[in-house]
Design a binder for this molecule. Structure first.
Ligand code: G3P
Ligand code: CA
Length: 340
């Protein structure tokens, strides 16, 4: 909670307004009032942590248009899925510096497309420098919420991410549980390893189906659904400080008319709090494309729907923070005291 109110976590930066995981998207989020910025992290061939949601680079960069990299296109199995494209672990940082970000979903965010090709791909070090530079201008501490993506996969190819992440955060002065940092992950073993390396707070992500990839690889049966039970949350509390559930699946499922009815909420928030866990669900977005039918405006999918209504319902359920592509909108709802 920031000043007693739920944290606003800028999901991939202010990604509703600028291409995700770019320094301008993080800067905009900070100036819009986000309490934390979220860099998803993957790693380069030479072991540098960079901000991308996916190690497949062509989803959010112009790598496919670089003739020098045409032959780097390949097919890999990542977390059990065969994927074809260009991959961060096949590029040095110097090569990644030649790439430029593009909007991931131009059909939903056509306005972001005008920035295609203008912004580079930031390293974690550059994001830390940005926060240090902008923090004095805001008069408040800006939190960091890095997510380690595909830890098992990267460790399996000799590019484990945990140590470089902790070294970077500790070197930047973030050490203690009281510092404004949460490290998040969908896998369990990575978080348990991080627990041994740092006092910084940790968050266990819960996807809406299936199980953590490291658990699947170990041949264990534990599912995200089981992790979301009271007993599962108590087990998470043994190594993490927060839980990040997919909002509609684990906190408030839609009813048969695609409506959000607070009375249909699960007991996850109460169960997590009873286990001593903070609850930071994902992801709140303003466009019709991401809202339940009952909250969509009559316009096209890229137009805003009734995002206030969705935020108000979840805020009324006692969540401790939220991941959003539109930090300004979430702050407006919180400042208006519309929580319920
Ligand atoms: O990390 C919170 C949320 O971002 C998890 O989903 O796919 O957006 O990283 P994803
Ligand atoms: Ca994330």
């Amino acid at each position: 909670m920031s000043d007693g109110r739920p944290l606003i976590i800028a999901h991939r930066g202010a990604s509703g307004y600028l291409p995700e995981h770019t320094l301008p998207a993080y800067a905009l989020a900070i100036f819009q009032g986000a309490d934390y910025i979220e860099p998803d992290l993957v790693i380069s061939r030479d072991g540098v942590l960079i901000a991308r949601h996916d190690n497949r680079l062509d989803l959010t960069t112009d790598v496919a248009s670089h003739s020098a990299f045409v032959r780097r296109k390949t097919t890999k199995v990542v977390d059990g899925q065969a994927i074809t494209g260009w991959f961060s672990e096949d590029f040095s940082l110097a090569e990644i510096r030649q790439l430029r970000a593009i909007e991931r979903i131009p059909e939903v965010r056509p306005g972001n497309q005008r920035f295609d090709g203008q912004f580079g791909i930031p390293t974690l070090a550059e994001i830390l420098q940005l926060v240090q530079a902008l923090q004095p201008l805001t008069g408040r501490r800006i939190g960091l919420y890095p997510e380690i993506k595909h830890p098992s996969y990267f460790a399996g190819i000799g590019l484990a991410m945990e140590q470089p992440l902790i070294q970077a955060l500790h070197a930047a002065g973030y050490h203690r549980a009281t510092d404004p940092v949460f490290i998040q992950c969908f896998e369990i073993a990575s978080l348990k390893q991080l627990r041994q390396l740092t006092e910084l707070r940790l968050m266990q992500l819960l996807w809406s189906s299936g199980q953590p990839y490291d658990i699947q690889q170990a041949g264990q049966a534990l599912s995200y659904a089981q992790m979301a039970t009271a007993a599962g949350l108590r087990a998470i509390a043994e190594y993490a400080d927060a839980v990040g559930p997919e909002k509609n699946h684990f906190i408030l499922p839609l009813d048969s008319q695609q409506r959000l009815v607070a009375a249909n909420a699960t007991s996850l928030v109460a169960d997590a709090h009873a286990a001593g866990l903070l609850v930071h669900p994902f992801t709140f977005r303003a466009e019709n494309a991401f809202l339940p039918d009952s909250l969509q405006s009559a316009a096209e999918l890229s137009a805003p729907g009734d995002w206030r209504a969705e935020l108000k319902v979840f805020l009324g359920l006692g969540i401790d923070g939220l991941f959003t592509d539109h930090p300004d909108k979430a702050l407006a709802v919180l400042q208006a005291g519309q929580t319920g």
